[in-house]
Design a protein around this ligand. Structure first.
Ligand code: SF4
Length: 218
């Protein structure tokens, strides 16, 4: 089996290897997502449509100033919405559905202004300033846009309109790749050794395996 990765799949493995195994290796369970993830998908779709030219409905009207700030920035360069960036395992760009797709990322907002890039990721959940997703996005941008020297990333917490912002420079990207590779290698090691331990936690309550998992924390 050929493994492919994304920020979500790496976090899935790190949160519980057994869940990863059952969802992504045997595929015996399917995660249909709970109310929170469906709400998040709906807000993402509304913001995507707004930035592509539609209006915002009442339930998302409070995000109009945010969208206008993105549009203002985009007037200085090029705006990409829901941009798919994919690498093969030689870290060469490839297509989302291509057989060699190895690391997939979808960026909610990407603006390229000369040698600078701005990445935003909409967050509808509780604030958690885990920058690993942004590290992956920055590393992807450097591979797909050779002219870019700096990537500024922001996790945008839509409930409170707070932001967690970081900047990555091309000269430091090797350290970012080392971190990404180290975490992906743990998945390949688990696959090679058939070692998928359960890691029960508060996340068990959202797990599609919980009804028949001996380790589920309820
Ligand atoms: S119920 Fe908990 S321990 Fe069992 S697979 Fe799911 S996350 Fe892991």
């Amino acid at each position: 089996m050929r493994l492919s990765h994304s920020y979500s799949s790496i976090k899935l493995f790190e949160n519980c290897p057994l869940r990863y195994y059952r969802q992504r290796i045997t595929k015996e369970v399917d995660d249909e997502g709970g109310e929170a993830s469906k709400y998040g998908e709906r807000i993402h779709a509304l913001l995507e449509n707004r930035l592509k030219g539609s209006g915002l409905p009442t339930e998302a009207a409070q995000y109009e100033p945010l969208c206008q700030s993105v549009e203002k920035l985009a007037r200085q360069g090029e705006l990409y919405i829901e941009k798919e960036l994919v690498l093969n395992d030689n870290l060469t760009p490839t297509g989302w559905w291509d057989a060699d797709a190895w690391l997939r990322s979808k960026l909610d907002v990407l603006v390229i202004v000369g040698n600078d890039a701005v990445v935003m990721d909409w967050k509808t959940g509780r604030r958690n300033a885990d920058q690993f997703q942004m590290q992956i996005f920055a590393a992807q941008v450097f591979k797909h846009f050779p002219e870019v020297q700096r990537v500024k990333t922001s996790l945008v917490w839509l409930k409170t309109m707070e932001m967690d912002t970081n900047q990555y420079n091309r000269s430091n990207v090797n350290a970012v790749w080392a971190e990404i590779m180290k975490r992906i290698q743990r998945i390949h090691d688990a696959y090679e050794h058939g070692n998928w331990p359960a890691r029960p936690s508060g996340l068990c309550r959202y797990c599609p395996c919980r009804h028949d998992c001996d380790y589920a924390r309820v």
